[in-house]
Design a protein around this ligand. Structure first.
Ligand SMILES: *Cc1c(COP(=O)(O)O)cnc(C)c1O
Length: 341
């Protein structure tokens, strides 16, 4: 059976780096959406909590309820408005103005504002009406937040969006007085924004990928010494000798350039790794060549080890598939056993 080992020391070290940058662990909101980016929510969340992180983010209410005992506050990012409910720890992100009208009285909410990404969030000129509804319906406004569209790119984008969010803060300071609304928390930074922002001066940073050990940003932003937490292992099923000229797997795409050993390992694309088509070199952690196309439940590798690390740093896989590390991690099938080492 394939398995995933999670490196506890790497997680601790990443969190230390991020907490230092944010000005304390209490300022880190651990983004645990989508099965903790494929790391396994059930295993990952208790470990994060044991390292002193008190705030978390999930995608939906179901994920939030499954970890409610571990954290002080949990923000749910993209739940449908019909699913909002009143809960002492769960805070629902309001992603459009309309969603405020349906929110049950007393529910805890975080107001998403659109500062330039134009994916969702209320507009600046809707802020006053939003506050009126929040006040009328007695909603509990935890925070106001936004998301950067190009935090990891070298350009001026980050700065004009940050200025737009400063404008949101100014307006709320004014409006809240008139509607007797409380002070709220502000958060705008994801991993890349936190790491690049200079002096961090908000209440929270929403940290996902950097906690898991990645941040694919230009080195112009600095070097951060993050360490990948997740490592995928496969177990050997069988071994055979290939003669020079033998072709391996579907389509016979790999042709042995010499006599060599080939073993079949029990990880395939049904486990959520992207399907390598046998073209161009793709290698395992120790540099062993994957031979030919990956099958549904298995793949051939030039190795005879009982257990092999398929990947630890997924950057090489992301590069091969022309995608980002998030994409490689989050797809890993939830049924693969995960454990901290
Ligand atoms: C996923 C997500 C994050 C985390 O982003 P990373 O780049 O993984 O740090 C933060 N905020 C929002 C709104 C998100 O959807």
């Amino acid at each position: 059976m394939s398995k995933i080992k999670l490196h506890s020391q790497h997680l601790r070290s990443n969190l230390d780096i991020l907490a230092k940058k944010a000005g304390g662990k209490e300022k880190i909101v651990a983004v645990l959406k989508d099965n903790a980016y494929g790391h396994g929510l059930e295993v990952f969340a208790p470990k994060v909590a044991s390292f002193g992180i008190t705030h978390a983010i999930t995608r939906d209410a179901k994920e939030a309820l499954s970890i409610e005992n571990l954290f002080q506050d949990i923000i749910v990012l993209s739940e449908h408005k019909e699913m909002f409910f009143k809960h002492p720890k769960i805070i629902f992100a309001v992603n459009e103005f309309e969603a405020l009208k349906d929110a049950p009285s007393g529910a805890r909410i975080a107001l998403k504002t659109d500062t330039g990404m134009h994916r969702n969030g209320i507009k600046l000129d809707e802020l006053e009406d939003a506050c009126a509804i929040i006040s009328q319906k007695n909603l509990s406004l935890h925070s106001i937040f936004t998301h950067f569209r190009s935090a990891d790119e070298i350009s001026g984008e980050f700065f004009w969006q940050r200025n737009n969010f400063d404008e949101v803060k100014k307006r709320y300071a004014n409006i809240s007085k008139r509607y007797s609304l409380p002070k709220v928390y502000y958060h705008s930074c994801n991993s890349a924004a936190l790491l690049r922002c200079g002096k961090f001066d908000e209440d929270f940073a929403r940290v996902g990928i950097a906690m898991y050990g990645y941040c694919d940003m230009s080195e112009a932003f600095g070097r951060f010494d993050l360490k990948p937490v997740l490592e995928l292992f496969a177990k050997r099923v069988s071994t055979r000798e290939l003669k020079h000229g033998d072709c391996v797997g579907y389509g016979g795409v790999y042709e042995a350039s010499k006599d060599m050993l080939s073993s079949l390992y029990d990880v395939g694309y049904s486990d959520g790794i992207l399907r390598y088509n046998g073209r161009g070199d793709l290698k395992t952690t120790n540099g062993s060549l994957i031979l030919g196309r990956i099958s549904m439940d298995s793949m051939s590798i030039e190795s005879a080890e009982e257990e092999i690390s398929v990947f630890h740093d997924v950057s090489a896989w992301a590069k091969y598939f022309n995608t980002i590390s998030y994409d490689i991690l989050v797809k890993l099938n939830a049924k693969i056993p995960r454990e901290f080492v």
